[in-house]
Write a protein that binds this ligand. Sequence first.
Ligand SMILES: CSCCC(=O)C(=O)COP(=O)(O)O
Ligand SMILES: [Mg+2]
Length: 250
Amino acid sequence: MPVTVLLLDIEGTTTPISFVQDVLFPYVKKHVKGYLQEHYEEKECQEDIQLLKKQAADDQRLLQAAAPPPDSLLGENASKEQAIEEVVDNVLRQMSQDRKTTALKQLQGHMWRAAYASGEVKGEVYEDVVPAIKEWRKAGKKVYIYSSGSVEAQRLLFGHSSEGDLLELFNGHFDTKIGSKVEMESYKQIAQSIGCSTDTILFLTDVTKEARAAEQAGLHVTIVVRPGNAELTEAEKSYYKCVTSFSEVL
Ligand SMILES: CSCCC(=O)C(=O)COP(=O)(O)O
Ligand SMILES: [Mg+2]
């Protein structure tokens, strides 16, 4: 089937890993405590905390450890300060493991609003990305984003990019609410949501585990090789189509 939909990863594909690791993540680490202190009473912040608590409880159940985990986030009677300390510990622990939980990504997305709004942060996009997407759109293709970053975080990055507001380029966005990027089922759900067959979608990513899941669901996949991305094995290089620029994709 001809490709009519392009599905794009962000970190390592449209955007340098260094932007995420050296700009976005340090911003969260620096500001998480202050953010929670300022917004603690707000409904959205309480929802973020509840989601982190649920994630911590799920993690605990999975671990089935005899000893209580160091960041259980389960105390109901904790003071505001204690509760904030627990959330901060949990967020920093998850970030040190580069976890992609919906709970962590939701809070991060809410925190980056202020960074983008003030102009302190501008979303970085590789220079070949915008011209290629414009060509694909002109040719009648649809273009979607699928990232572990929350849809709100995605919209912030592309809406406040160094190349201006790029949101018009996309037909839609998906995040881990539809499922993990390393699960085949997520890609089937995305195809269903777009209303197309999986074999009409081409997924661009830097991560071979994601490529494998997409391929199992019936998508076409291409690996994007960018400076700073994880090295591919010789077997991966010969198995997958690899590109170093979006201009080589179609
Ligand atoms: C979309 S904004 C920040 C990126 C992020 O938090 C992340 O985890 C990137 O994951 P990706 O799936 O785009 O590699
Ligand atoms: Mg990636």
